[in-house]
Write a protein that binds this ligand. Structure first.
Ligand code: F6P
Length: 341
């Protein structure tokens, strides 16, 4: 096809698109890679002739009308930064029907045809509620937790795991020097993925996750047996949502093994930092897919969730996405136990 034909086709596609103006927001806990997603949505949308409005402070900013128009330069030099250039919040007001109704009416006042919402479980559920007020919402999976059932990975998870790995390495240095056990608590809400992936890649001696009962005896016996074999330190990873509190686990290990035990809660460190290449790519590809969904006449103008399934970027109905349960890979915990025997 000649360049002129291609240009005509692009111009026709622009004028045919039902969507002329979109809003974009980030909501809930920030995650590394959100900026790559914002940049990709903004630039792909502008390229397709769509006006883009950034909404600050998530759904709360939406209710309060905090809109700023974005051009392609508004998103320059943001991809390498952690956090979100649009700011984020957890909005109590938006959880009410009145709040959702107000959000829908503000979008209408601003002439926004569709909203792109980047966030985790709460953001998706909020988007689904908003879609009931005839607002098309496209969701991108932005959370370190990796707890969304419809996507293999979420934007931010890979960076968070790498941050935990860096911490494990440093903690091991001091733990082995002092011949101690250190229990490291990681985030993830009710999902054990950060704990499992970090324990596996960091060679941890044990892992406790929300999805499985905790075998404290196994952990203690291992520490004692290792000690007899001359291995005098160990690192145990516990997810914040595990069925035992970190302090209780520490006390129990101390009581049974009579050894020195320390605890480290990594907390918000895991949410910050420059995003890994995997998170920048996932954010960028999901952003481009969101705009494809908004402009492709094969997609009805409705609500969708963008994610990755079996390595492919896909769009599925938002209703289906919020109802999909996550499969926990129990066999990975088995592997951690085999490798650390
Ligand atoms: O969902 C991301 C997350 O970091 C969870 O892992 C954690 O439980 C929660 O957010 C902490 O939330 P907040 O920022 O409100 O303290």
């Amino acid at each position: 096809m000649k360049t002129k034909d291609l240009m005509t086709e692009a111009a026709e596609a622009k004028s045919l698109s039902k969507v002329k103006k979109i809003g974009i927001l980030t909501s809930g806990g920030d995650s590394p890679g959100m900026n790559a997603a914002i940049r990709s949505v903004t630039r792909c949308a502008i390229n397709a002739g769509i006006q883009v409005y950034g909404i600050q402070r998530g759904y709360q900013g939406l209710i309060e009308g905090e809109f700023i128009e974005l051009d392609r330069y508004s998103v320059s030099d943001t991809m390498q930064r952690g956090g979100t250039m649009l700011k984020t919040a957890r909005s109590e007001d938006f959880k009410t029907e009145a709040g959702q109704e107000r959000a829908a009416s503000i979008l209408q006042t601003f002439g926004i045809d569709a909203l792109v919402a980047i966030g985790g479980d709460g953001t998706m559920r909020g988007a689904f509620d908003l879609s009931k007020f005839n607002v098309p919402v496209i969701c991108l999976p932005g959370t370190i937790d990796n707890d969304l059932g419809y996507t293999d990975y979420t934007i931010g998870f890979d960076t968070a795991v790498n941050t935990v790995l860096e911490a494990i390495g440093k903690i091991r240095d001091t733990s082995s020097s002092h011949e101690r056990t250190t229990v490291i608590e990681v985030m993830g809400r009710k999902c054990g993925d950060i704990a499992v992936y970090a324990a596996l890649a960091g060679g941890a001696e044990g892992v406790c996750v929300p999805e499985m009962p905790v075998d404290v005896n196994r952990i203690c016996n291992k520490i004692i047996t290792d000690g007899h074999k001359g291995r005098t330190h160990s690192v145990i990873i516990i997810a914040e949502g595990a069925p035992i509190k970190t302090t209780d686990l520490v006390d129990e290990i101390k009581r049974v093994t009579h050894k020195e035990v320390r605890q480290v809660v990594l907390s918000y460190l895991q949410r910050g930092g420059s995003p890994s290449s995997a998170d920048r790519l996932l954010g960028t590809l999901c952003g481009a897919k969101a705009v494809e969904v908004l402009t492709d006449p094969n997609f009805d103008l409705g609500s969708y969730a963008i994610g990755e399934q079996n390595g492919k970027i896909c769009a599925i109905s938002l209703e289906e996405a919020v109802n999909m349960k996550r499969d926990f890979k129990e066999e990975l915990v088995g592997l951690i136990n085999v490798l650390s025997k």
